[in-house]
Design a binder for this molecule. Structure first.
Ligand SMILES: [Zn+2]
Length: 372
């Protein structure tokens, strides 16, 4: 299939701290093992906001990413869905017109290098060379289109809309967290922080067969969503007279919950998580910390509590999420609180989320294509 080498596309590129520009750039060629995907939707993630404030995962000014060789400016956006418009000659199992979502992880395989020990063992999510489409990779989802390796794409069945397809990535983070925390049917959980990932974990835990899930947050819109998504009890630690620890004991019994997911990353949420987990239970970290927190390891040792974390997802998590949405076990669309055009993404997406976080769960960005 011919590549239109003169075609230009719109792409939202990060040049440095608080410097995002909607650029008109040359469309990339589609290699033999690549597909071109016209973007339908791409979600704004908390990570995008962090990168907008100060690039951490994207290359820093003057630096080159050791695996991908990219430097600023880079196109952001890693929660994407779209439709395949072009296939390279070596692509397997995909066709033009297929609706897909993209696992944005970029590891050694993507640049023709042998896999590291972790990739070989089936854990590319913890690859030491890890980069991502939309976070320092060759392209990103806040654009008219992306060109990605064919094995990074996962097909969406007709039962999964393109809008929900853009939510598969954050739901895959949640699925990986529940799986890595070894959460079992009939167990109880506490989720500290009902942002997009906390709410995604709530939904996934219901699919896993949770008995009680207690959610703690201070923002009204998030508390409402947590209740709507089936939390047994929603607690506001700043307003409610009955605090989180007491609520856990009332609902789940004196011993506490089996797993506490910390999706906030504050000293208070970590302390609460440790206090609420039953003996031999798990405190599971899904937050990103800009600075260290204090833990007294004896608090863990005395009752053999486990403190562990998880990082992103694998293709298996993506496939599990797509299957759960497809057969109706997982309903995600109501997480979307706004859809903004790519043209207004900085003001109506990034600035809106930074200043009016309390109004939103998930904002999706939609390129408006000019029909030619
Ligand atoms: Zn690797």
């Amino acid at each position: 299939m011919a590549t239109n080498s003169n075609k230009t596309i719109q792409a939202l590129r990060l040049y440095g701290s608080k410097d995002l520009r909607l650029d008109c750039i040359q469309a990339q060629p589609c290699g033999a093992d690549e597909i071109r995907v016209a973007i339908a939707y791409c979600g704004i993630c908390g990570t995008d906001l962090h990168e907008y404030n100060y690039p951490v995962l994207c290359p820093k000014p003057g630096e080159v990413h050791p695996l991908t060789g990219t430097s600023l400016p880079v196109t952001l956006g890693h929660e994407m869905s779209g439709t395949i418009t072009e296939l390279g000659g070596d692509v397997e199992d995909l066709a033009v017109g297929d609706a897909v979502t993209v696992n944005p992880a970029i590891v050694e395989r993507h640049v023709g290098l042998p896999p590291c020990e972790d990739c070989s063992a089936g854990f590319p999510n913890i690859c030491r060379s890890l980069s991502n489409y939309g976070l320092g990779g060759s392209c990103g989802g806040f654009a008219d289109e992306v060109v990605v390796k064919w094995y990074s794409a996962l097909k969406l069945p007709p039962t999964v809309s393109l809008k929900v397809g853009a939510l598969v990535e954050p739901l895959a983070v949640a699925w990986h967290s529940a799986r890595t925390a070894n959460f079992q049917e009939g167990q109880d959980a506490l989720i500290l922080g009902a942002g997009p990932i906390g709410l995604a974990i709530l939904q996934v835990l219901k699919v896993f067969g949770a008995r009680h899930v207690i959610v703690s947050d201070v923002l009204d819109v998030r508390k409402k969503h947590a209740a709507a998504f089936g939390a047994t009890k929603v607690v506001d630690p700043l307003q409610d007279s009955v605090k989180v620890v007491e609520t856990v004991r009332q609902v789940c019994g004196d011993r506490g919950v089996d797993v506490a997911f910390d999706a906030s990353g504050l000293q208070t949420t970590l302390d609460t998580a440790i206090a609420c987990v039953k003996p031999r239970g798990t405190i599971f970290n899904v937050a990103i910390h800009e600075k260290g927190l204090v833990v007294n390891p004896t608090q863990l040792s005395l009752q053999e509590k486990v403190f562990r974390g998880g990082n992103s997802y694998t293709n298996e998590d993506f496939a599990s999420v797509i299957a759960a949405i497809s057969d109706g076990r997982l309903e995600a669309e109501s997480m979307v609180t706004a859809v903004v055009p790519l043209e207004n993404v900085v003001e109506k997406g990034f600035i809106e989320l930074l200043h009016k976080k309390s109004n939103h769960v998930k904002i999706l960005v939609q390129p408006i294509r000019q029909v030619s």
